[in-house]
Design a protein around this ligand. Structure first.
Ligand SMILES: NC(=O)c1ccc[n+]([C@@H]2O[C@H](COP(=O)([O-])OP(=O)(O)OC[C@H]3O[C@@H](n4cnc5c(N)ncnc54)[C@H](O)[C@@H]3O)[C@@H](O)[C@H]2O)c1
Length: 335
C-alpha cells in the first residue's frame, strides 16, 4: 500500500476529534473524510479539519479514495459498521468496547477472520505510557512473578449519562463500557482471569438501569489473583489507579500522574522505591493510530485484535453476571 494512508472517521464526537488529530499528526496518513448523522456537528468538524463530509457512513465506505476507517460511534453500532467497513475492503480501527453482547463480539471477530484487512480494537490503555512501561518491566521479570494485580476505573459519568442516551441502555453497564479498560489492562498484564466473583450497588446514580459501582475479584490461570473496581458515579477526578504486586517488587501507577512508583528489593531483601517519571497521556490516540497505520502500511501482527477486545468484553459480562446472580462465574473466552 502506498502512503499516505487515506482515513475516514465515523462520528464527529469529542473522542472522534481526538482520533482525527492523531491521523493529522501522522506524516504517513491523511484525514480524507468525516461522517456523522448530526449535520451541524458534521459541517463544523469537516470545516475544522478540512475534509469531505458524509451523513451516511455507507456512502463514505463506498468511496474508493478511503483506505481505512476509525469507528467512534455508540457501542451498539460497532458491529454493523465493522462488518460493512470490512466488506467494503477498508482497514478498521474500532473503539472499545468492541460490542455490548457476546453475539456482536463473535460476529465482529468472525468478520475479521474472513477478511484480509487490518482490524484493531481501541483498547487505549495498552498505549498509555504508565501502563506500557509497567507491562515492559513485568515482562522483563523486574518484579518477579505476579501474585496480585488490581486496577480501577473511577470516572464520574454524571455529565455524559442521560436518560434515553445510548449509554443508558441496560446492556451498556459501566463495567462493560468503562470498566473494560481496567479489565483489559489486567488481562494484558496477567493473562485471562478464569473465574470472577463480583458485587455491585447503585448509590450515586439510582435512576440508571445498572449499578454505578462494581467490584470484582478475579482468579487468573497462573494462580495470580486480582481486583477490579469500577465506579461511574464517583465524586473525584478520573483515574485508573493500578497496582501490580510481584514476588520481587511492586509497581503502582495510573493514567493521570506524572510518575509511577516501582519497588524493587535491594541485596538485603528490603523493598526500595523509585519514582519513575512518566508522560501523562491518558488517551494516547497518537500512539494507537501510529501502530494501526504501521500495521496497514508495513504489515505485522495486530496486538490489540478484535479477539482481544471480545475477550475483555467476555470477562466484563461475566463480572456483571456474577454481581447480578450472587455467584462466581467462569469466563467463556470461546469466540
Ligand atoms: N478510548 C476511550 O477511552 C473512549 C473514550 C470515549 C468514548 N469511547 C468510545 O467511543 C465511542 C463513541 O463514544 P463518544 O463518547 O464519542 O460518544 P458521543 O455520544 O459523544 O458521540 C457519538 C457520535 O456518533 C454519532 N453517531 C450516532 N449514530 C451515528 C451513525 N449512524 N453514523 C454516524 N455517526 C453517528 C453521534 O451523532 C455522535 O456525534 C464509544 O464506543 C465509546 O465507548 C472511548
Amino acid at each position: 500500500m502506498t502512503t499516505p494512508l487515506r482515513v475516514g472517521v465515523i462520528s464527529c464526537s469529542g473522542m472522534a476529534r481526538t482520533h482525527m488529530k492523531a491521523v493529522q499528526a501522522n506524516d504517513r496518513a491523511a484525514l480524507v473524510a468525516v461522517c456523522d448523522i448530526d449535520e451541524a456537528k458534521l459541517a463544523q468538524t469537516a470545516a475544522d479539519f478540512g475534509t469531505r463530509a458524509y451523513t451516511d457512513y455507507r456512502d463514505m465506505l463506498a468511496a474508493d479514495d478511503i483506505d481505512a476507517v476509525i469507528i467512534v460511534t455508540p457501542d451498539q453500532l460497532h458491529r454493523e459498521m465493522v462488518e460493512a467497513a470490512l466488506a467494503a475492503g477498508k482497514h478498521v480501527l474500532c473503539e472499545k468496547p468492541l460490542a455490548l453482547t457476546r453475539a456482536d463480539c463473535a460476529a465482529i471477530v468472525n468478520a475479521g477472520r474472513a477478511s484480509n484487512r487490518v482490524l484493531m480494537v481501541g483498547q487505549i490503555c495498552r498505549y498509555t505510557p504508565g501502563f506500557a512501561q509497567a507491562k515492559a518491566l513485568i515482562d522483563a521479570g523486574e518484579i518477579g512473578e505476579l501474585y496480585f494485580v488490581e486496577s480501577e476505573y473511577a470516572h464520574d459519568y454524571a455529565k455524559i449519562l442521560h436518560a434515553g442516551g445510548w449509554r443508558s441502555d441496560p446492556l451498556r453497564h459501566g463495567m462493560v463500557g468503562g470498566g473494560c479498560h481496567a479489565v483489559d489492562l489486567l488481562r494484558w498484564v496477567a493473562g485471562d482471569p478464569v473465574e470472577v466473583t463480583a458485587y455491585g450497588n447503585r448509590f450515586c446514580m439510582p435512576d440508571m438501569p445498572y449499578d454505578d459501582c462494581t467490584i470484582a475479584i478475579l482468579r487468573f490461570g497462573s494462580g495470580c489473583v486480582g481486583k477490579v473496581f469500577c465506579s461511574t458515579g464517583c465524586k473525584r477526578g478520573y483515574t485508573m489507579r493500578s497496582c501490580f504486586y510481584g514476588t520481587k517488587g511492586t509497581i503502582i501507577t495510573d493514567n493521570t500522574s506524572p510518575e509511577m512508583t516501582v519497588f524493587r528489593c535491594d541485596e538485603t531483601g528490603k523493598a526500595v522505591a523509585e519514582q519513575v517519571p512518566l508522560v501523562i497521556n491518558n488517551h494516547n490516540a497518537v500512539g494507537e493510530f501510529a501502530e494501526f497505520c504501521s500495521l496497514v502500511l508495513d504489515g505485522g501482527e495486530v496486538k490489540t485484535t478484535a479477539l482481544e477486545g471480545a475477550k475483555s468484553v467476555a470477562a466484563c459480562l461475566a463480572i456483571v453476571e456474577s454481581a447480578a446472580e450472587g455467584r462466581p462465574v467462569t469466563v467463556d473466552y470461546r469466540f
